[in-house]
Ligand binder design. Structure first.
Ligand SMILES: NC(=O)c1ccc[n+]([C@@H]2O[C@H](COP(=O)([O-])OP(=O)(O)OC[C@H]3O[C@@H](n4cnc5c(N)ncnc54)[C@H](OP(=O)(O)O)[C@@H]3O)[C@@H](O)[C@H]2O)c1
Length: 226
């Protein structure tokens, strides 16, 4: 399948790397291709700068946000949540129309330092903003509640016995995404929270996720036990 991954950070790298290893024709999107490929210093300790990372994955195409969105039969938003609306405008409504748009982003506001707050919450969410602005896209919010390494390898945490959530207005799109998540990454327990308004809860969970990350790193997840 042709997949467009918007985002050159650890999420874009991790998802693209895994998808390409599965044989998908993957294009990663960025503001400026040359600038991204020339990057040799990481923004955060422990992250790989895009240039050396791409050397390890030469088969992954690199394009602008618009080119990556146009390339994808499915498009993934793995960009900084505070600027995802700007990125999607660059991607172009015409390149998202009718497509499944998997939204992995969190609208985190780091302007006051750690831990971050949210740029949108309570009665709205980034997932909803995206769906409202791009009514032709079939937005499915998922994977935003787990760290990048866990997204593509849930079995690395508790043998994979934990929960992933999805939310979105289009039931067929959610079913398709749940199947992708099972096939591509091995997710087993997927809970459908309902329509895209449920992205509020998924994004507000980040207040706890960030604190758990600060307490012990990214290799964890939660499980719903009734
Ligand atoms: N890190 C995780 O483990 C994790 C887990 C779950 C969800 N998430 C969410 O996934 C998303 C990606 O996270 P990340 O850590 O991989 O990377 P990130 O640093 O949050 O985002 C990197 C991407 O955002 C773009 N970007 C940054 N500032 C921009 C601006 N002013 N205008 C346009 N684009 C801009 C960058 O574009 P260029 O390519 O042009 O530089 C890059 O593609 C975030 O929303 C994050 O909250 C992260």
């Amino acid at each position: 399948m042709r997949i467009g991954v918007l985002g050159t950070g650890v999420v874009g790298q991790t998802l693209s790397g895994k998808l390409a290893s599965l044989g998908h024709e993957t294009m990663i999107g960025t503001r400026n291709v040359e600038a991204a490929l020339a990057r040799t210093t990481a923004e955060m300790p422990g992250e790989q700068p895009f240039g050396p990372w791409h050397h390890e994955y030469p088969d992954i195409l690199v394009g602008t946000f618009g080119e990556a969105a146009a390339h994808g039969e499915v498009v993934i938003n793995g960009t900084r949540g505070a600027v995802s609306m700007v990125v999607l405008e660059l991607a172009g409504a015409e390149n998202l129309d009718g497509k499944i748009l998997i939204d992995v982003a969190n609208p985190l506001d780091f302007s006051q330092g750690m831990p971050p707050s949210l740029t949108v919450s309570n009665s709205d969410s980034l997932g909803e903003q995206i769906q409202r602005t791009y009514p032709g896209a079939r937005v499915v919010k998922t994977l935003n509640m787990v760290g990048a390494p866990v997204q593509v390898a849930p079995a690395q945490v508790g043998d994979g016995d934990h929960t992933l959530f999805v939310a979105g207005n289009d039931g067929d799109a959610k079913d398709a995404v749940a199947n992708y998540l099972r096939e591509w990454f091995g997710w087993r327990e997927i809970v459908d929270l309902g329509d895209i308004t449920n992205a509020r809860a998924m994004e507000m969970y980040l207040a706890l996720w960030i604190r758990l990350l600060m307490a012990g790193g990214p290799m964890f997840n939660i499980k719903v036990v009734r």
